[in-house]
Design a protein around this ligand. Sequence first.
Ligand code: UD1
Ligand code: CA
Length: 457
Amino acid sequence: MTEMQSVRSCLAILLAAGEGTRMKSQRPKVLHEVGGRPLLGHALAALAEAGADSVVVVVGPDRPEVAQAAQSLLPGVQIALQNERRGTAHAALAAREALARGYDDVIIAFADTPLVRSETFGMLRAALAEGAAVAALGFEARDPTGYGRFVLRESSLDAIVEHKDATPEQRAITLCNAGLMALDGRQALSLLEAIGNANAQAEFYLTDAVAVARSRGLAMRALEAPESEVQGVNDRIQLASAEAEFQRRKRLSVMAGGATLTAPETVFFSHDTQIGRDVLIEPHVVFGPGVSVADGAVIHAFSHLEGAEVGPAATVGPYGRLRPGARLAEKAKVGNFVEIKSAEIGAGAKVSHLTYIGDATVGADANIGAGTITCNYDGFFKYRTTIGAGAFVGSNSSLVAPVTIGAGAIVGSGSVVTEDVAADALALGRGRQIAKEGWAKGFREAALARKAAAQKP
Ligand code: UD1
Ligand code: CA
């Protein structure tokens, strides 16, 4: 936060009362996710980071989930109801009470525009601090159809004209309105109240705050952002486009933080993924929410991680799967086709191949052989498996929880372990091998003789 932001008070109004019909979804549009976080959450996070002291989310009448989600995404957020959709200025006025409290800065933003950076909100606030009554954000549109156009006069903003109300000359303008806006808090309520609805859609346009301010001789500022930052989400195609932009940014920030991505465009992060320095991430890795990877760790190709902690210099994969509650200590190794869930894998422990470890603790330097399964579920309840430090579990063992394997113990390959194993003991839970000398030879000779007899005419 800059000095200016900490001194000036700020109210943010986030408009989320739209119908979102083009998503063709049961779920409200602003609760669809980018980087594993609802669109609404992205906007709220950026506003909070830009120093908003109060945030009001304007919701429609028939979508209680949106209000609920807003409150859990940003505790302390206020909700205002817009009962009828009568335009963006009308929506902003749903926050009338908050506006009347009086703030230095008022930001009005859209909940379906998830990629606006807090720095950009900060830039709009800075324009207010420098004396503008209205600061609007524009972008150069590849295809301006449908957007409001910035009409400039002598390089200052004269008006914003909605596409439907624009003349053919105005429609040729490619500098378009991103939608979000900042208003001087002392004048915001009066500017919004002066906006009428004499336009093609008979709606109260927030964009008309510019013309109102102009008529009052107030100062205006037009700022610009890249189109990729202000892109909105109206349908699933734009949702995918926002996801792509989010991933592009996240990859850049992970690499800037000192991690190597062999093929960045094939790695997918969550909004909260934390990656340390000198981490190597090979191609085709997916991070769900809640993952942190410490310095020097390696995530080999085709791994999937969520809700997991990877310790320093630990390795995962190829084809590793870490589910919620997986915690790998320093230099632990989780190899190919291994699934870990709610389990701690101790420092230097190895779970190298084809294994399921769930609801378990694996001690430091333990070695879990290929094909080991913790049988943690009886169809009703889950039970824990505890494996001591330095224990060695032979391949293809079933550890039937609740069960404890002591430190330094050895479990013979192929064992079904149902009882606790003492430290440093050997456990064998399998049929004893018997050997019958010459049996195979006798079996073969008898079989060949029977076959020959059957083939005689
Ligand atoms: C708006 C801008 C337009 C800009 C475009 C950028 C206005 C009048 N126009 O147009 O200049 O180029 O965004 O994408 O502001 N909303 C409500 N209640 C309402 C109406 C809208 O909450 O009554 C919310 C919607 O949920 C949405 C946002 O406001 O998040 C924008 O509304 P929308 O109807 O999409 O505006 P546009 O016509 O796209
Ligand atoms: Ca829109």
